[in-house]
Design a protein around this ligand. Structure first.
Ligand code: NAP
Ligand code: MG
Length: 501
């Protein structure tokens, strides 16, 4: 087969998008929104309209939830063997792999992130996620438990696992395909049915995933998708026919979801914001640490919940580390993500650009020292490009150190005493992740134990794998995705008592 260039692929996708008005997948059929309305999705590298997607609202959500409920009760899904469910997930993974290059370019067009990184990280990561969860249906069951009835009674007690039911999955724009995979894969592995609501900024790869699930052969109504805005997400959260909501996004919306889910006390899991510390001890290998610290904040233009956005470096190595990380920041090649040379694309939207830019003024007013970046890079007048930015001499009272900026802005802070360092690192409403850089094994583990975060990386950063749980302490969320914990999120336990006498 002839190789197609990234540019050619992008041109074909753009032409196809322009020719097809958006549809929603409800009960196995692609349908227009009830209102007939659509909205634009934009290419953040150019600001140009990419295509039109269906503007789903509460009425569409209602139809999708009903379709998901019906599919949940149909024998085709309810009585499907665990092995067959696993096989469907494997088939879906194969289809993602078949279309991997196209999905990477589609994500680049819709979100702005470099296609080569999307292919290597998000698309391959999603394939891995579906393959990992494909193994669970045949391994996820209950137990028999040694209960203690009155003497002489003969009792058997066992537990079973059942799907929690209809799941509303609401995802953000920063890793659109991965975030869909992280929720859809365990939900389907557990036997649930889903209504997926992607972010308004980046609906395209989620729509493609829904089409691939249909092609893989999931029964109609098992996987439904509603594109739309926050009101569609809110309708899903409030819907009495939804048994569980899984959400990734801002802490602010997460709190609203908790309040709204109270109506029928649906189960809720949340992956929210972060302000993750990177801790550098004086004995650390600064070369690899600096490279990983730069990567940990500038990957995906800083639009990552685990972004290592505050660096605490021992005073004795402060200038050296700051210099090294700044060199990495300056070397990043900024550009359109379709160009294979690009390391660093645009931010996702004008709104996000304005938000990030506002923090530059805040940091300056607070007295932090701008070392590099701080605005639109030269030669990029179109699109939502923002320079990799570093503030030095920051302190823990500053908003740039306390608030999630969700952009390529790093704050660097000096420290002197280990005890005070741990206090500073934990002085945050968030607790998603942390990085520790040292060659002293005792110090590494002592610090890992003291840090309040769901993930700690020692001499590495942002390693993520479907086998190990991911999620946050404190206001970074509720519950854990990935691993056995994700299967637990999407299932209920039943305890069965049997009188054997
Ligand atoms: P967001 O508003 O939390 O959006 C996340 C998802 O929730 C989107 O699908 C959104 O729909 C939907 N949504 C919005 N309001 C809702 C509501 N009341 N009920 C149910 N669903 C609702 O995040 P954002 O506005 O895209 O980004 C704002 C900030 O959130 C960022 O700057 C960043 O700080 C943070 N954020 C964090 C993460 C993370 O991974 N932790 C991810 C994204 C953003 P629409 O987008 O279609 O309106
Ligand atoms: Mg877009």
């Amino acid at each position: 087969m002839q190789e197609i260039s990234t540019q050619e692929r992008a041109a074909r996708l753009t032409a196809a998008l322009a020719a097809t008005p958006g549809k929603l997948l409800i009960g196995g059929k692609w349908v227009a929104a009830q209102s007939g309305r659509t909205f634009e999705t934009i290419n953040p590298a150019t600001g140009a309209v990419l295509g039109h997607v269906a503007h789903g609202e509460a009425a569409d959500v209602d139809l999708a939830v009903k379709a998901a409920r019906q599919a949940l009760e149909q024998p085709a899904w309810r009585l499907m063997s665990a092995q067959d469910r696993g096989n469907l997930l494997l088939r879906l993974a194969d289809l993602i792999e078949r279309d991997a290059d196209e999905l990477a370019v589609l994500e680049c067009l819709d979100n702005g992130k470099p296609a080569k990184l999307t292919r290597a990280v998000e698309v391959d990561g999603s394939i891995k996620t579906f393959r990992y969860f494909a193994g669970w249906p045949t391994k996820f069951g209950g137990e028999t438990l040694p209960v203690s009835p009155r003497s002489g009674a003969r009792i058997l007690n066992y537990t079973t696992r059942e799907p929690v039911g209809v799941c509303g999955l609401i995802i953000p724009w920063n890793y659109p395909l991965s975030m869909a995979a992280w929720k859809v894969a365990p939900a389907l592995a557990a036997g649930c049915t889903v209504v997926l609501k992607p972010a308004e900024q980046t609906p395209l790869t989620a729509l493609r995933l829904a089409a691939l699930a249909q092609e893989a052969g999931f029964p109609d109504g098992v996987f439904n998708i509603i594109t739309g805005f926050g009101d569609a997400g809110a309708a899903l959260v409030a819907h009495p026919g939804v048994d569980k909501v899984a959400f990734t996004g801002s802490t602010e919306v997460g709190k609203r979801i908790v309040a709204s889910a109270a109506g029928n006390l649906k189960k809720v899991s949340l992956e929210l914001g972060g302000k993750s510390p990177q801790i550098v001890f004086p004995d650390a290998d600064l070369g690899p640490a600096a490279q990983s610290i730069a990567q940990g904040i500038f990957f995906n233009q800083g639009q990552t919940c685990t972004a290592g956005s505050r660096v605490y470096v021992h005073r004795s190595r402060y200038d050296e580390l700051l210099g090294l990380v700044s060199d990495h920041a300056k070397r990043l090649r900024i550009g359109d993500g379709l160009d294979p040379a690009t390391d660093f694309g645009p931010l996702v939207s004008d709104e996000q650009w304005q938000r990030v830019n506002s923090y530059i003024g805040i940091g300056r007013e607070e007295g932090a020292r701008l070392v590099t970046g701080g605005g639109r890079p030269a030669g990029h007048d179109k699109g939502y490009f923002f320079e990799p930015t570093i503030f030095a001499d920051a302190d823990g009272s500053m908003r740039i150190v306390r608030e999630e900026i969700f952009g390529p802005v790093l704050s660097v802070l000096p420290w002197s005493e280990e005890e005070d360092l741990v206090r500073q690192a934990n002085d945050s409403e968030f607790g998603l992740s942390a990085g520790i850089w040292t060659n002293d094994i005792r110090r590494a583990h002592r610090t890992a134990a003291a840090i309040k975060a769901g993930t700690v990386w020692i001499n590495c950063f942002n390693m993520i794998d479907p086998s190990t749980p991911f999620g946050g302490f404190k206001q970074s969320g509720w519950g854990r995705e990935h691993g056995r914990q994700a299967m637990e999120l999407y299932s209920e336990v039943k305890s069965v008592w049997v009188n054997l006498s």
